[in-house]
Design a protein around this ligand. Sequence first.
Ligand code: FE2
Length: 286
Amino acid sequence: MSKTREIERVFLSRPTIEGAGVHLHRAFGYNEIPAFDPFLMLDDFRADSPDQYIRGFPWHPHRGIETVTYMLEGTVEHGDSMGHAGNVDAGAVQWMTAGSGIIHQEMPKPVNGRMGGFQLWVNLPRKNKMMDPRYQEIKAAEIPVVTLPGGVSVKVIAGTVAGNAGPVRDIMAEPEYLDVSLKPDAQFSHPVKAGHTAAVYVIGGSGKFDQHHHEDLANRTIALFGSEGETVGVNAGSSGVRFLFISGKPFREPIAWGGPIVMNTQEELRQAFDEYENDTFIKKRA
Ligand code: FE2
């Protein structure tokens, strides 16, 4: 008999200002390390008006991590030091492996007056922190939508649901990233690999993710599951529930975090900022 994981920590995302003055909600970040290992941060930048986000995220560096942008509405205009430019449109995912270093800008723009999405930061292990930068750019139509009996629909960005594998592959953290929607009172259960970290972030409606201890969780609630058990389960409330599910293999390495750069040691961090000052930060151009 498989055991369902219980919730270990649960809290609301917190209003935060980032970039050039973007008002967003941080589900977890620096203050929570290493609880979500291999994940570092999850930002929710769903917004009601352009003055909350239009100043965007002008040119800044990344090293040692992957940033994963998933848009629900609107678009993010992106350009970088490799000469790469494009938009991340509604329903699309940009899985960017910064590796040895990238300098980019990310500018949210409304479409039909609406803009919203999420950015997840996934750590890289020591042996891959200085790998060549790369992108996996996934259009909305490339993300499988798996419909399960009883009113469940799952967009599979990474991982596998009912034999349907998501398009993101070959990531060190072996992540799963699902966007799950349940109709009112529907149920969903999903396996988690032994030893992998698992969490959910509720983005609509409400549901019960732990039969023993917790009330229904609603919009902007993050729940981290304990490590005991082989599945996570949810029972949707009377108006259904929509949530992001993430799981991944923890690296259990030291974390030295300086803004957009995350290394293993303070020395590596200092070197990264020295190189940024000296214009030697970028190791690989397209
Ligand atoms: Fe960035």
